[in-house]
Each structure stands twice: as C-alpha cells, then as structure tokens.
Design a protein around this ligand. Sequence first.
Ligand SMILES: [Zn+2]
Length: 275
Amino acid sequence: MHAIKPKATKEKLSIYQPDQEGLIFPEIPEFKSAAEERDYRKRHLVAACRAFALESFDYGFAGHLTIRDPERPELYWTNPMCVHFSQVKMSNLILVDHDGMVVEGDHALNRAGFVLHAAVHNEHPDILAMCHAHTVYGTAWAATGRPLEPISQDAAAFFENHTVIREEGGKVAVEVSAGKKVADAFKGVRAAIHQNHGLLTASRHSIDDAAFWFIALERCCKQQLMVEAAGIKPILVPEEKARYSQQHVGSDYIGWLHFQTIYDHIAKTQPDMFD
Ligand SMILES: [Zn+2]
C-alpha cells in the first residue's frame, strides 16, 4: 500500500502548484524501494510529533500518531509511550501490530492509543495515518458534542468532512470494544471530535496530511470557542461556498503541502530528530 504514488504525468494537484518551470516548490517524492518510503514515513512521523510539541499538544503521556509501514501495512509506526513529543526521534519509534505487540523498537506502546488507532486502521484499510491528542481547545469544544460550523475559509476545510463521535466519550478507551465504536464512525471523513475526550484525524494520504489537519482542527475549535465566548452569532460561509473551499483548499494534498513548511522548519532547527 503506497500512500504517495509516483506521478504518472505532470498533472496538477492544486492551483498552488506553479506553472512556471524551475521554481523551488515541494514535490511529492517518488520512491525506488519500500525501505526508502519507510524512511520517509518515519522522518515525517517524527516531525509530526515535534510539531505537536511546538503546538503544546502534549499532556503527559497522552497522544499518539501512527503511520502504516509501506511494506507490511498490517503494522504501523508510532511514538513511544511516555516519551515527550519533543523527544521523539527516528531511533525511538516503535513498530506495532494490531494486537498491540511491539515488533520493532525498545519502548512500550500506549495502550489507549493502540486500542483506538488499531481499531480504525483495522476497519479502514485505506486509512494510512492517524493523530490523536488531548488538546486544550479541541477537548473544550468536544464537550459541546457539536460539529464545527463553517465560520471561516479555514473551518470550511472540515465542512462535511468531520464527525462527532458520541459513543464512549469520556470513558478511557482501553477495551477493544471501545475502539470498534470509534472506528465505525470514521467513514469517509478525515476528522472526528470525540465528545468529552478530544480530537482525532485520519489520512488516506500521509502522516503529513493527518498532522496538518489535526493542527488546523485544534485552531478551528479555538476560533469557534472565541467567537461564541464573545457572544457573537457568526455569519456562516454558505453551503456551496464551504463545499467549494473544502474541495480546493481542504484536500489531502493541501494538508501534505501545508505540512512541508513545518517539516522544513523542524528538520533545520531540530536535527537530533534524525538520530
Ligand atoms: Zn485520548
């Protein structure tokens, strides 16, 4: 299962891609081997964890990010238990199976992370990557049990592309049955607000895409809370415009593209991520 397919043609994935030749612009890499793709996925998983640290998404050991292995899609790479997002590096990632066994790496696995992510990955073979954390604004918004409204162009990226999961909310997911209920809700959407718990994002494209839309979702929760706290009734983006924005600036590719800015920053300023 290769998330990032080699380009058959020079087809344009977005209006952001320059028509002019020779300009510096991020390119989706083409991989010559599974080993090369694995290395890429692991580096970008580490950068995603560190991006979460920069965003202050840490809460003790809570929070987990996963990406499937390119050669053995039944296994996925994840951050180790009780290692701060800022300390995640290539050498401490772990490779785990759907039964929660660590098949590569020295660290233990986060049990709750395993239950939720394994259930979603298991039920949705097309989902390659997932992110979950107990963030301040996302968790606060999750207490409302409401989906986000399209109050801005940014929020429109989630229009008809996220869900509210009310099952098992507020009860820590350590049982396999709890994971199954969460997985059921994750059909055809990139994100979920788990009532009384926090945010989840999933990607059919890359860990970059899952991580960027997680950061964006937390921001959207913050903005909607701010607007509501001000007592202002927001003017909503009309449905057809929200749908247009979702399709054009809210795609998987756009999530990947946004994340390249963050990846470059972290790779340059935190070279120990490659240790
Ligand atoms: Zn959680």
